[in-house]
Design a protein around this ligand. Sequence first.
Ligand SMILES: *Cc1c(COP(=O)(O)O)cnc(C)c1O
Length: 475
Amino acid sequence: MAMNIEEFRQTAHEFVDWMADYLENIETYPVKSQVKPGEVMRKLPQQPPQQGEETGDIMRDFRSIILPGITHWQSPNFFAYFNANASYPSVLAEMLTATLGAQCMIWETSPAAAELEELMMEWLKQMMGLPADWHGVIHDTASAATLIAILSAREKYSNFQVNEKGFGNYENFRVYCSTETHSSIDKAVKIAGIGRANLVKVDVDDALRLKPHALQQAIEKDLAEGKRPLCAIATLGTTGTTAIDPVKEMAEICRKYDLWLHVDAAHAGTALVLPEYRWMMEGAEMVDSFVFNPHKWMFTNFDCSAYFVKDKGQLIRTFEILPEYLKTQSQGKVNDYRDWGIALGRRFRALKLWFVIRNFGVEGIREKLRFHLSLAQGLKEQIEAHPEFEIMAPLTVNLVCFRYRPQGMEEGETLNALNQQLNQKLNASGKIYLTHTKVRGQYILRMVLGQTYLSREHVQKAWQRIQETAKTMRW
Ligand SMILES: *Cc1c(COP(=O)(O)O)cnc(C)c1O
């Protein structure tokens, strides 16, 4: 029953109609999937079919079994985590990418993919005011990019000896980040062989930003004990509360003690498209590597993570391999991106970014970002004005952190439990989806205002629902 080209054409048209219907009616689905563990699995046959099946039958099961187990990340009522945004041009480009099915490991395996990737990284640099001498490459995730940064630092400061011989006497490297940084840093030091015990979590200030003075003290203490400070990570937009670490001060310290400085701007980096947010990257010329995810807030569907380095030769030297079967005539004249990261095989990710940037235009992207930022500001003011809600962290970009606090309720576990229940109740409604974090032991709700097709009405309705649901809470 294998499909032929005519059936493919017909089915593809039907699917496109389904896609447009889905996106048009996305608000009719519960935002957060309401299925129980194992529920999807139980509805599916446990053995693969021996004979081919009709796509119509597969599609029927997709609708009735798979879809209920999907959380609708493209819903404008999705306020959880950080967004993983798609947009119409991005989805269209992804269809083309799948159709071409090109494996873009080196320039020769699809020259246009390599050259478009190079160009898109140049465009992003211009759009975001990043240093002109940086070199960019697209990775799958910020986690992978941060691992690549730490591996690059490890090789630079071991004179490429760890790559060749293992750690030998390079075993006391130290990495620094704030207590608020993303778990991908912990994962990266584990994988890079540095060890979690050598990840130093530096204290933060009242706004949850890394304290430069505490960083300097930690480095000096380690030096006094004969350890080797290797790398520091600054976060622009921490995952908990979007705190913005002081890049310039950190960069000066890294320069003084000769450390690699990596900037993790996974979510908030997109705001650099706005000139009024460029202050976040003051000191950029002293930064060694930088990552942000167009797949979070730049309307380009997952996966698309933009990684920039100052020293391209050093990056390539860390990752390059050259078996006979990959030798080409164009070697050295073009970018062979397999040497810029971990995987050999690479998807053609630049295409969707090209479609997005061209279709929105830089001004179109700016307009949407400013709109999201103004929605966040407006919501923050409404929450502040409410006697039984409070803002729990400074608003830096488009994440509002708050909690419900009935009049007279003391700080403590009851208050935490109340907010946890509120969160669960809201999510169980299927109407909106929010997630939480804890700051200094306090349970707080996070509301991210960044979905591509979010409107003022969505935010107002959500805020209304939060207030009404809170009123029904008992403790
Ligand atoms: C989301 C996030 C990450 C991880 O991004 P992936 O692309 O999923 O690996 C890393 N750092 C920060 C600050 C984030 O917000």
